[in-house]
Ligand binder design. Structure first.
Ligand code: SAH
Ligand code: SF4
Ligand code: F3S
Length: 444
């Protein structure tokens, strides 16, 4: 049997696309392998949100040249966001002539065609340069080979219309397209029957869900419809935009049973001047107001965020405002990024690009302070008993089990008789850390 290996970069949307690519390949008779060395087909599912992941892909593609020379039957493919950038297909094929197949984010359903061409001895490149009037449409019924485990990803809306000035995603994922309400509800039901315990609803901005549909239902309605799906103990979603997080949505989450008490709300920056230049569509005051409404409606929730330092024009005062926001809001944790100029985005050509040494100093200061706050918040868990959904053996210590709280904190605890993957158990926290909490099982 021929074997395939997919190397995925980037966000959950890419991870989920890789599950679809895997599904298509398995329908074609390929078998998965963890090792690229014994694969007959290697696919890189790429990300271009910042420069780093891109550089890694180029490095890996370069490494494969020798293997392709030794084994001309090896098929090398590149998929994902990177290839959707203007001129990228030419760049890849020129620099890496050993690449056989390039496929865009909106073309995954065409993979079988492309493989036919490659197997007939041709190169096959296909990306969709989306017609903004038409949109790329929504593909239903593609095979999905999900990574086995407790949690399953479900796409609810593709693309993004926000055009935050730093961000490449709207260019490489096209305009917003919502899946039909009932298709999503049915998929979640099926996942419950298949034994998944948690569902993560995916979209670049899940709050936009339904705006482009005729039936008038929105993201809050969708959450209500999938809440209490038999078998599904927890519902999560990624990512919501602070601009259009409605009161209806807060109420729905507060009154739901299975939607988790975790809010990931990317703030990006604490300065209103920077937020406006980022085209985020909200002010710090709006954001703080939203956070207090959420904390009032859903006590004991966790709030996490994304922050960017070194956006063009960010001066010391602006950065100080991000630090102050972090101080006042007290996020449970934050993903922190150094601004990375992306070709074709508005911010890439803005004046006031911040020098690398300043960016490095700012990110370090931010990370250091946020880590302290994260530790302080986690310290309040000491001695408390929390509900944990068991994910399996700990990746770093296979003599321990690991799982997450509803607030999305990772908890590691010793093996316990009868406790296995997918169980909901009570764990008492015995030691707190910034990333992992240590605990012991108190009841099953
Ligand atoms: N759709 C999601 C996030 C997508 S990208 C949202 O809107 O929240 C994930 C994070 O990467 C963003 O929240 C942002 O903090 C960061 N990011 C995006 N583009 C970036 C860039 N050019 N430089 C640095 N960080 C960036
Ligand atoms: Fe990028 Fe903004 Fe869209 Fe998120 S909302 S994907 S940051 S443009
Ligand atoms: Fe990267 Fe594309 Fe996700 S650019 S972050 S993989 S949407």
């Amino acid at each position: 049997m021929r074997k395939y290996h997919i190397h995925t970069f980037g966000c959950q949307m890419n991870e989920h696309d890789s599950e679809i690519i895997a599904g298509i390949l398995e329908e074609r008779g390929f078998q998965a392998t963890d090792s690229p060395d014994d694969a007959d087909l290697i696919i890189f599912n790429t990300c271009c949100v910042r420069e780093n992941p891109e550089r890694k892909v180029y490095g890996r593609l370069g490494d494969l040249k020798k293997r392709k020379m030794a084994n001309p039957d090896l098929i090398i493919g590149v998929a994902g966001c990177m290839v959707q950038q203007p001129g990228e297909v030419e760049r890849i094929t020129k620099r890496f002539p050993h690449v056989d197949l390039v496929i865009g984010t909106m073309n995954i359903h065409e993979l079988p065609d492309l493989l036919d061409q490659v197997e007939a001895g041709h190169k096959a490149y296909r990306i969709l340069e989306e017609d903004p009037e038409e949109g790329a449409g929504v593909m239903e019924g593609l095979p999905i080979r999900r990574v086995p485990g407790v949690s399953a990803w479900v796409s609810i809306i593709y693309g993004c219309n926000n055009f935050c000035s730093y961000c490449i995603v709207p260019y490489v994922r096209g305009r917003e397209r919502s899946r039909e309400f009932q298709d999503i509800v049915n998929e979640v039901k099926r996942l419950g029957q298949e034994g998944f315990k948690e569902v993560v609803l995916l979209g670049q901005n899940v709050n936009s869900y339904g705006h482009d549909l005729q039936d008038g239902r929105d993201f809050a309605d969708l959450l209500r419809a999938v809440d209490k799906t038999p078998g599904i103990a927890r519902i999560r979603y990624m990512t919501s935009h602070p601009r259009d997080f409605t009161d209806k949505l807060i109420e729905t989450i507060a009154s739901s049973e299975t939607v988790c008490e975790h809010f990931h709300l990317p703030l990006q920056a604490g300065s209103n001047k920077v937020l406006a230049r980022m085209n985020r569509g909200y002010t710090l005051e709006h954001y703080m107001d939203l956070v207090s409404k959420i904390r009032k409606a859903v006590p004991e929730c966790s709030i996490t965020t994304d922050l960017i330092v070194g956006f063009p024009g960010e001066d010391e005062d602006d950065f100080a405002e991000t630090m102050r926001a972090v101080e006042e809001i007290r996020f449970d944790s934050a993903f922190t990024f150094v601004y990375s100029p992306r070709r074709g985005t508005a911010a890439a050509s803005m004046p006031g690009q911040v020098p690398d040494d300043v960016k490095s100093r700012r990110i370090q200061e931010l990370i250091d302070r946020q880590n302290e706050i994260t530790q302080e918040i986690n310290d309040t868990l000491q001695g408390r008993t929390v509900e944990v959904l068991v994910e399996g053996l700990s990746k770093t210590n296979p003599s321990m089990l690991s799982g997450r709280t509803r607030t999305n904190k990772l908890v590691v605890f010793p093996l316990y008789p009868g406790v296995t993957q997918g169980d909901l158990i009570n764990v008492k926290i015995t030691e707190t850390r910034a990333w992992t909490q240590i605990g012991e099982v108190v009841s099953v």
